[in-house]
Ligand binder design. Structure first.
Ligand code: PLP
Length: 387
């Protein structure tokens, strides 16, 4: 198997697995007051401190969750449900992950607010002018991701944050694909926005993650999951110690190695595309055109051939024809449609995402596998037409 689906999930690192195994001995409930509990709580707080130092944010801003989806819900419902009534508009980019889009629509419905979708350019960049034209004293929150999971397009988070700071509006930024992956993306320079981390995107455990919520906002938010008051009342429930320890280890390694990994995946990406263009019989198009993307992500359109037919014909390569969370459903990517691709063009597109689960040595075989899969589909289609 050649795993080219790192934006969907990543293999857990050995060091993370060891840390998770160590955590199983910490069976006390970290919210209790006996000695087992105190041992567990101590480890959680060590992890919290380590993560806050690694990310360059305050440790009181960290809310441990079960991943990005939960962190997103805590953040968006938290802001929207507590916003003053006159702030009745939610601005959200059209290319957000469904975890954000669906939450915005649900929060809007619950609170009688309106969602305004921010369009993107043909290359997948969020339209900043649209944000500037539509932001007002009616805006409750702006939701714009830092890098897209399907296309890898890196967004102008700095510029959007400047706008939201000027208007004193909370910015929710889905940073799931940037943290630990984009070496230029530094949360320490973006402290006033809400951001999220997902463990399984950075070689950590599934079911681990966090929300980074600046303290200046915490007091103004509705707490949807208050439960027993854990995590400053934002995420009640017994803490997932193994997830938290595993997440800290995964972040430590991912952040330390992000520049080296970035160079390596950039080489894989370039070599793969160049060799594929030579090997394949049909035109292929990079859907993101000239946009700046995460080095590991390549979203390609195979002209005239359905992606789902290509993907089922792979013998070695593992890749996605859409974002993993919507891939089970028969609908074309909302991200590619937002960029102006037709339904047909979106259905011809495949996302390849490189990472530690593959290497430069795998690229020739990956190219052969993809081009042979395309050949098989073309042959089958020719045969079907001749019947
Ligand atoms: N946001 C983005 C950009 C993602 O890529 C994903 C996962 O695919 C999520 C949110 C959801 O993350 P999780 O699986 O941690 O809930």
């Amino acid at each position: 198997m050649i795993y080219l689906d790192h934006n969907a999930s990543t293999p857990m690192l050995d060091e993370v697995r060891e840390e998770v195994s160590r955590s199983w001995t910490l069976f006390g409930n970290p919210s209790g007051d006996n000695s087992s509990s105190l041992m567990a709580a101590h480890e959680v707080e060590l992890a919290r401190n380590r993560i806050s130092n690694l990310l360059g944010v305050n440790y009181q801003d960290l809310i441990f969750t079960s991943g990005s989806t939960e962190a997103i819900a805590i953040a968006i419902y938290g802001i929207v449900l507590a916003a003053p009534v006159h702030r009745n508009e939610i601005l959200v980019s059209r290319i957000e992950h469904k975890a954000v889009l669906a939450t915005c629509y649900a929060a809007a419905e619950l609170s009688g607010r309106k969602v305004i979708e921010i369009p993107v350019t043909r290359s997948g960049e969020i339209d900043i002018d649209f944000v500037l034209e539509n932001v007002s004293e009616k805006t409750a929150i702006i939701c714009c991701m830092s890098a897209n999971n399907e296309t890898g397009v890196i967004q102008s988070t700095n510029e959007i944050l400047r706008i939201t700071n000027n208007f004193d509006i909370p910015l929710f930024c889905d940073t799931t694909q940037s943290i630990g992956k984009d070496p230029d993306f530094k949360l320490e320079n973006l402290r006033s926005m809400i951001s999220v981390v997902s463990g399984h995107k950075i070689y950590g455990p599934k079911g681990s993650g966090l929300a980074v919520i600046p303290r200046s906002l915490q007091g103004k938010m509705y707490k949807v999951l208050s439960g027993g008051g854990q995590e400053r009342g934002f995420r009640g429930g017994t803490l997932n110690i193994s997830g938290i320890l595993g997440l800290a280890k995964a972040l430590e390694i991912s952040l330390a190695a992000s520049e080296d990994l970035d160079l390596e995946v950039k080489k894989m990406n370039t070599n793969f595309l160049r060799a594929l263009e030579n090997a394949i019989q049909i035109p292929i198009h990079v859907n993101t055109k000239s946009a700046k993307t995460l080095s590991n992500t390549l979203n390609l359109r195979f002209e005239g051939v359905l992606a789902e037919e290509i993907v089922v014909n792979f013998r070695e390569v593992v890749a996605s024809r859409a974002s993993a969370c919507t891939a089970g459903r028969e609908e074309p990517s909302h991200v590619l449609l937002a960029m102006g691709l037709t339904v047909r063009e979106a259905e011809q597109s495949i996302r390849f995402s490189f990472g530690r689960g593959c290497s430069l040595d795998d690229i020739p075989l990956a190219v052969r596998d993809v081009s042979e899969a395309v050949d098989r589909v073309l042959l089958l289609n020719r045969q079907l037409r001749s019947f």
